[in-house]
Design a protein around this ligand. Structure first.
Ligand code: MLT
Length: 240
């Protein structure tokens, strides 16, 4: 199973899933280019991220895998599906969406890029945490907040590049109706970035998909409510 992290994090986002499922399943969690231990690049695009994953599967001689992604990782998983359909045996789409950015989201990302250039990415961290975590997580789970702060320590160039990649991504809605592999859609109950209605619409669009709403979680459901997320993931892959 390949697990693709969201923005602006790295593979350590998936630590709770490695702890729970890592003995039973072979989990592969790459750092996307520019994030974590992967080196910086000049090209940041969802297409390039997806090709990197395909290349990694080649290198590891993995023919087919369950491919899961959270948020930007979900955008990447859908792009991988578009170009490397045969490599994907099942899909996990967590706190993500199929549509491209709406104009106001593009404008917001541009403003964020300008802010990183002017004041550094640190200046965005608090506002991001406010948006991506549920109120419950922010008030009751300081360890999760700290872990995410640590994960957000990515180079400024990668923040700018990741925002660029998401801003320019294509619409993947056309793929949904043709998905004929097992698909799990997970969303935090209080996800303010890719809300439950968005997940429900994807669930309606993908025949036979399973939708799990994670109570109390925001946009980073795998880390905010690992027990519920892991249970959903485990029961999905156990049945494959
Ligand atoms: C992510 O979690 O990857 C990003 O917040 C997604 C987004 O901003 O579209």
């Amino acid at each position: 199973m390949v697990l693709i992290h969201g923005f602006p994090f790295d593979a350590e986002l998936w630590d709770p899933q490695f702890e729970a499922l890592g003995r039973e399943y072979r989990l592969i969690a790459p750092d996307l280019r520019g994030f974590g231990n992967s080196s910086a690049t000049t090209e940041y695009s969802i297409g390039a991220f997806a090709e990197d994953i395909a290349g990694l599967l080649d290198r590891l001689e993995v023919e087919r895998a369950v491919v899961g992604g959270l948020s930007m990782g979900g955008y990447t998983a859908l792009e991988l599906l578009r170009h490397h359909r045969a490599r994907v045996m099942a899909l996990v789409l967590a706190d993500t969406r199929a549509e491209a950015d709406a104009p106001e989201i593009r404008a917001r990302r541009e403003a964020q890029q300008d802010q990183v250039i002017a004041s550094g990415s640190d200046s965005l961290v608090d506002a991001f945490l406010q948006t991506i975590l549920s109120e419950e997580t922010r008030s009751d789970r300081p360890r999760v907040v700290d872990a995410l702060k640590g994960l957000m320590e990515q180079p400024d160039a990668s923040w700018i590049g990741g925002l660029e990649a998401m801003k320019n991504r294509r619409d993947s809605s056309d793929l949904l109706g043709a998905i004929d592999i097992p698909t799990l859609i997970v969303v935090g109950e209080h996800d303010a970035v890719t809300p439950v209605e968005v997940a429900r619409a994807m669930h309606d669009g993908v025949r036979g998909s399973r939708l799990v709403v994670i109570e109390g979680a925001g946009h980073i459901s795998n880390l905010e409510s690992p027990a519920a997320f892991n249970a959903a993931l485990k029961s999905f892959v156990d049945e494959l």
